[in-house]
Design a protein around this ligand. Structure first.
Ligand SMILES: O=C(O)COc1ccc(-c2c[nH]c(CNC(=O)Nc3ncc(Sc4ccccn4)s3)n2)cc1
Length: 310
């Protein structure tokens, strides 16, 4: 289709795979890129050497564009921000912060920069510093979230900037894609649905929890630490909630959570692991290839008839 965002990035479908820490590595990113979307390698808190290896691997697995996500709360953010320049990465997405200080260097290297924002204010600041597009992520998303829903945030961001807006948070099938375009977005970012992709390397226990989840099975923890994070309800989530109710210190809460995401992804510890997932986990019901997921997300013609309903 004549989608300016797809043409800018050089992808067939306006679908970005979420840069999910510990989850999005070269296998998943390459499968998404080979299926016509934008695969993204997540840096999370990983050391720069690990990310360099994943970038080398993805280059062997696909000739298509791919991105690298930089989680700006990571103490390695500065090093990874330099690595993407050294490795000739074409697209960078960012999360959990303001990438303003890196934009100049990235633009010198011709990198397309697509920050995630959770507010109109940050969207405007990002357009002013010259980013290429903006991912507006709503409260429905898994992981670190803002406080506004996708349905409310996306049209307000669309109205406040002149660059492409990508909708994220609560998008898991063709209806969410179609709705996002009606809100004025030029593309979508999808995370939770790719958690159960065949090419996603997370532990089978984690995938099963996502597949078995119902609509109300996620909760937001860690508000008191200033970093609200949406995860599936489990023992760890209940411990977080208890600590917060007791007014425990942010350090104590973060201590409980540290390494918890790795426990879930690597060891499949579904009780003490941090099972990050969005509110659409309830509609993610089976493991599929990235190709089938993307084909399903883009099966939009069957929805056109709904325009006659109003
Ligand atoms: O205004 C500013 O200066 C920056 O404010 C912001 C506030 C929020 C965001 C934001 C919301 N959502 C996203 C993109 N999504 C994410 O970043 N999702 C994440 N999931 C797990 C993560 S790991 C983590 C999380 C918290 C604490 C420690 N580690 S990051 N970015 C971006 C910018």
């Amino acid at each position: 289709k004549n989608n300016s965002f797809c043409q800018t990035i050089g992808i067939d479908y306006p679908i970005i795979q979420g840069g999910m820490a510990w989850v999005a590595e070269s296998t998943l990113a390459a499968a998404v890129s080979n299926a016509g979307g934008l695969g993204v390698i997540a840096s999370g808190n990983a050391p720069v050497e690990f990310i360099k290896e994943e970038i080398r691997k993805v280059k062997k697995l696909t000739d298509k564009p791919f991105g690298v996500n930089i989680m700006l709360l990571s103490e390695n953010a500065d090093e990874v921000a330099q690595l993407v320049c050294d490795e000739g990465v074409k697209v960078v997405t960012t999360g959990a912060g303001n990438p303003g200080k890196y934009i100049g260097k990235w633009k010198e290297h011709g990198i397309k920069v697509i920050p995630v924002v959770a507010s109109v204010a940050l969207a405007k600041r990002m357009e002013r510093v010259g980013v290429d597009a903006i991912i507006a992520e709503g409260y429905e998303a898994g992981g670190h979230v803002g406080e506004i829903t996708t349905m409310a945030l996306v049209p307000q961001v669309v109205d406040s900037v002149n660059i492409s807006v990508i909708a994220a948070g609560g998008i898991a099938d063709n209806r969410g894609v179609a709705a996002s375009f009606m809100l004025g977005a030029h593309g979508v970012q999808v995370g939770t649905r790719f958690l159960v992709a065949e090419e996603c390397i997370i532990h089978a226990n984690y995938k099963k929890k996502v597949i078995d989840a119902k609509d109300i099975f996620t909760m937001v923890t860690g508000r008191s630490t200033g970093h609200p994070v949406r995860i599936l309800r489990n023992k760890l989530a209940r411990q977080f909630a208890k600590l917060e109710k007791e007014g425990a210190s942010p350090e104590k809460i973060e201590k409980l959570g540290s390494g918890a995401l790795a426990k879930a992804v690597r060891e499949g510890d579904i009780d003490q692991g941090s099972l990050m997932a969005g509110q659409v986990a309830g509609m993610v019901s089976k493991e599929e290839t990235c190709k089938d997921i993307i084909q399903d997300l883009m099966n939009l013609s069957e929805l056109k008839g709904r325009l006659d309903l109003f």
